[in-house]
Design a protein around this ligand. Sequence first.
Ligand SMILES: Cc1cc2nc3c(=O)[nH]c(=O)nc-3n(C[C@H](O)[C@H](O)[C@H](O)COP(=O)(O)OP(=O)(O)OC[C@H]3O[C@@H](n4cnc5c(N)ncnc54)[C@H](O)[C@@H]3O)c2cc1C
Length: 477
Amino acid sequence: MGIKTREEYLASLEKQRPEVFIGGEKIHDVINNKYFRISIEEMCKFYDWANDPEKEKDFTFWSPIINDKVSFWTHLRKTPDEVRQLIEVMKKNNARHFCSMCMITGLNVLWAVTYDIDQAKGTNYHERLKNFFRELQTNDSRYCMGVMDPKGDRSKSPSRQADPDLYLRVVERNENGIIVNGAKMHTSNAPITHYIFTCPSGVLQEADKDYAVSFAIPVDTKGIKFITRPAPGPREPKEIESPASSHIGFVECLTVFDHVFVPWERVFMCGEWEFTKNLIDYFSPYVRICKGSCTSARTDILAGAAALISHYNGTDKASHIKSKITDMMISSEIGWGCALASVSKSVVHPSGIPIPDTSIANAGLYHSRLRFIEFLGTLQEIAGGLVTTMPAETEYLSEESRAYIEKYLKGRDDIPTEDRLKLLYFIQDLTASRFSGYLMASAICAGGTPETNRVEVARNYNLLEKISNVKALCNIK
Ligand SMILES: Cc1cc2nc3c(=O)[nH]c(=O)nc-3n(C[C@H](O)[C@H](O)[C@H](O)COP(=O)(O)OP(=O)(O)OC[C@H]3O[C@@H](n4cnc5c(N)ncnc54)[C@H](O)[C@@H]3O)c2cc1C
């Protein structure tokens, strides 16, 4: 059965022995470690939703690969309509939960790339990937994406770096498999998944062919070390002061591969540098439609918070505040509209999966992510300076100071101070905390930087056609 429960997920983590460095210690047991509380709980939600009769419509699917019900995480989306449903669920889900884990689209991308390589070279990567899918789907397993390399000196290609390990590479091939050495950066949630799934982070040339490697192996494979940073929220839940970050956030890893053996059956690319361009071409629209939907949903949260606090403060009729909230709405709709439009313009790849439109997806994300950062400040402006200077939860809970806080933090008469305070703490969590820095980074860097979006639009937008239209309008021959 391709759907597991949270208890089965936790039991599966208990059996794994990943090598994890966190909080100054080396550990192997992640489930009983305080630093993993938030991220594990977040992963559990997806198991709960798949087993919840009210939510299972969005979180379970029928898979022809194993002829069984499978989860949101392991389903292969094979039509534009299925990809549209995916981002619809992301948008709806993120409006309450902030993240739908868009790394799941990595499987679609490798589905197409392995097909291309096999067609051109007679390899059998695609079948291997299908086998990996079968295993993922049957066990309802999770994986993390190891895409981004450390990259060292960004002006140099992988093979020209002073240290050749600054991009993950193949150092040995034998009859059983390959040995890889190097690292991947920013591998979100890695030690609480079951597999690390890797691929190159950019387009490679022939000299870099040892860096053209993709594979998936268990996270506790010998030689993998996760140098891990806790999620940004508090170690113990702080329901009043940190209502969002007590429950949301990833652990992040520097994932080291110290001469790690990968069996051939789990290798999906090994040396085919020519196909790294296809990889990036397919990755780009997939990642951007997901991040575009996610950023739109997060902007919706900012718009909702701005509207509510302006009501509590008695400023909701002020024209500049209404206008700023309208800007949030417009930006959210642009980001979301571009994600939808990109999917509707999908081209079906010969492997059977849709590839959404690159230019529209990147344009939408470019716009909405930059405005999101601006709106974090706008929300502070609308809420006021209290967002940063208000008394801490401890003082609100202390009998002696609470009465003063109740009196002086009152907004409109008809709104209890406690409600206003809860909302201000929420806005503080979003805009003036470690978590807000995380939200900002995830808008700006996760899924590639804004400059990448500009490059993709410039590369894919048909400017020549526009020039020729203008010539026609001017009657220039
Ligand atoms: C919250 C979060 C979660 C993430 N999760 C994952 C994950 O799960 N898996 C994963 O693989 N990655 C993940 N990432 C990584 C993310 O994809 C990268 O951070 C992003 O692609 C940017 O790469 P970088 O951080 O190496 O920055 P850089 O590439 O160093 O970019 C920094 C700046 O330098 C510029 N620059 C870089 N190279 C050049 C060059 N050659 N010429 C000119 N300018 C250049 C860029 O345009 C940018 O302005 C995550 C990131 C964040 C913030």
